[in-house]
Design a protein around this ligand. Sequence first.
Ligand code: GCU
Length: 632
Amino acid sequence: MARGLGGIVAAALMASVVSAAVEPPSTVVTALPLATAQNSPLLVSADMRGGIDLSGPWHYSIDPFRAGLAGFHGETPDLGQRRYLDIDVAKEMASDNRAMYEFNLDHAPLTVLPSSWLTAAPEMRHYQGLVWYQRHFDVPASRHGRLFLRFGAANYSAYVFLNGKPVGRHEGGFTPFAFEVTGLLRDGDNQITVGVDSQATPATVPPPVTDWENYGGLTRQVRLVETPDTFVDDAWVRLTRDGQIAADVHLNGPAAAKKTVRLRIGELGVDIPGTTDAQGNWHGAIAAPAALVRWSPDRPKLYDVAVDAGEDHWKDRIGFRTIEVRGTDILLNGKPIFLRGISLHEEEIGAAPTRAITPASARALLGEIKDGLHGNYVRLAHYPHSELMTRTADELGLLVWSEVPVYWMIAWDNPATLATARNMLAENILRDRNRASIAIWSVANETPVTDARNSFLRTLVADARRLDDTRLISAALLVDHGKGPGAPVMTLADPLAEAVDVLALNTYNGWYTADRLSDLPATRWNVPTDKPLVFSEFGADALAGFHKPQKFSEDYQADYYRATLAMADKLPTLRGMSPWILKDFRSPRRQNPDFQMGWNRKGLISETGVRKMAFYVLSDYYQAKDKAAAAR
Ligand code: GCU
C-alpha cells in the first residue's frame, strides 16, 4: 500500500491471503504447530478437571486483510502489525517517538466470551474473516504440575500466542483442542492472544455455502487446565455388547509406562487394578455387575467413574447401555426402540443468538424435545455441538445423532480436506465416546454421489468404526424424487447405503416439491429394506403467527406434518425420525422479506421459543407412539 499498490493487486493479495487463511501462507502461521487428535493432548473430560476459566471480557480487533499474519508481499508482518506481541503499546510509543504500532488491543473494544463476534457490535453482524482476541490473566506462583490451554471450539481457524510466544494453531470450528503451556506461563500476569479466522474456502469443512449462520469466534470456553506431571489423558469406559464393563486408558507424562492404575465405580463396587504398558496404555474389563442400571431415555442413570493413576484422579459421569442393529431394528439395551426425535442447530433460543451454549440454554432446548415433544432422540446438526449439550442429553435422557460438517459441496479430491475431516471426526469421537446419549456417529449430510465422495466417506466410516465399535454409523442421504401415478416415487441410489448401519434419508416432498400433501401418504419408497431406516430430515417453513392456506403459514406446516407422518407410518422399516427442525435458525440463504428475514423458518418453535401449530402435531404423534411402545 505504502508503495501505492492498486485495487487489483490488493484483490489478488486478498485472494492469496484468503486461501492462505487455511493453507499456512505466512511464516507466522507455519511457526505454529497444528493441533490434531493424533499429536495433541486430548484431556478427555477436561471439564471435570480443575483450572482457570478464561471466560469473560476479552479485547477484540478485526484484521480483514490479515496484516497480523503476513505483510503485503506475504512476508513476515512488520512489528507494527503483530497483534500478539507481549508489549504495552501505549507505553512503548509514549516512551520512544520512533516506535509505531498499528494496533493496540489493550484499547480495543471488549466482548464477553464465549460468544460469536457477530453479536459483539452492530458493525460485526456480517463480518467474516480474521479477528484477534486478547486478555490478561493471573497465574498463581503456587501452581504445580502441568498446565494446558484448552479450547472448547474456535470457528474456524485459530492461531494461539501466549506472552508473545507462538503456541499453536487449529483448524475446524466445532471440536476441542489443547496446548501445553507449562513452560510459557509466568507468575502473576500473563497475556493470551488468539487470532480466529472464520473464512471458509472450497477446501474447508464445511465449505463456504451452508444453510446456517457462520458464527465466527471463540464460541466455547477457553480454560487453563491443570494436571499432575503424569495424568490420564484419555479414558474410555463403556458397556460392551457382550455385557462387559470395559476401559481403555492412556496416560500422558514421564511416569506413564508400567504405572499402576485403578478403575473405580464406587456405586457398583467395581474396582479394577491394572498396570500400563510401555506406551502408557491399559485395557481392563469385567462382567457388568448384576446391579447395573442401564442408561436409557426413560431412566438416564449415570455413575461416577474414576481412574486413579498415581497423583491423578480422572473422573466422569457415565451411563452404561448398549446400542446395536438387528435386521431392521435398532436395539437399545437389547430392546427395539423407535427414535422419536427432532433436529437441532447449536443456537440458543432468543432474537439475537450468538452460539454461546450454557447449561441453562442446553436444558431449555433439549427440555423442549423431552417434555414438550415427548421425544427420546435429537439430531445435533450438522457439526459437533458443545459438550454441554451432549452432557445435558446424558442427564435428561435423549439419544443423540452426532455429526461432522461434511456438508453439501466438499472438495472430495483434496487430500488436505480429507485430513481435516478425518481429524474433526476423531476429535469429536474422542471427546464424546463416554457419552451414553450418543447412539449414532454421522459422517456427512446431503452429499452428491461421486467416486471421490464415496471413497472420502468410506474412509470416514472406517475411521469411526476403528475409534468406536460400540455405536452405529450413518450419514444423511438424498433420495431421487420421481413421479408415479398420483404419488411420488422415491428411490435411493446411493452406494454409501451399504456402508452404514442406519439408513438415513432427507425428504422434503410437499415443500421443495410441488407434490400435493394429500399425495404424500401414497408415496412409494424404493429403498433397501435390510437395515433400519430413519428420516434424518423433513420439514416446512412457517412464520410464527402467520395463518393463511399457503406455504410459510403455520397451517400449511401443520398439514405438511400430518401428511408426512401418515406417509411415515406406511414404511415398514422406519425406526425413527428427526424432522427439520426444533427452532427457527439464522441462515444467510433465507431472505424472503415477508417470512424469513435471514432465518430458516422450519422450526416447530420460533427463534424466541413460540410453539407453532405443527409442534403439537408432532408432540401428539410421539406421545401416541410412546404409549403404544409402553403397552407392547
Ligand atoms: C437440507 C439441509 C439443511 C437445511 C434444510 C432446509 O436438507 O440438510 O441443512 O437447512 O435442508 O432446506 O431447510
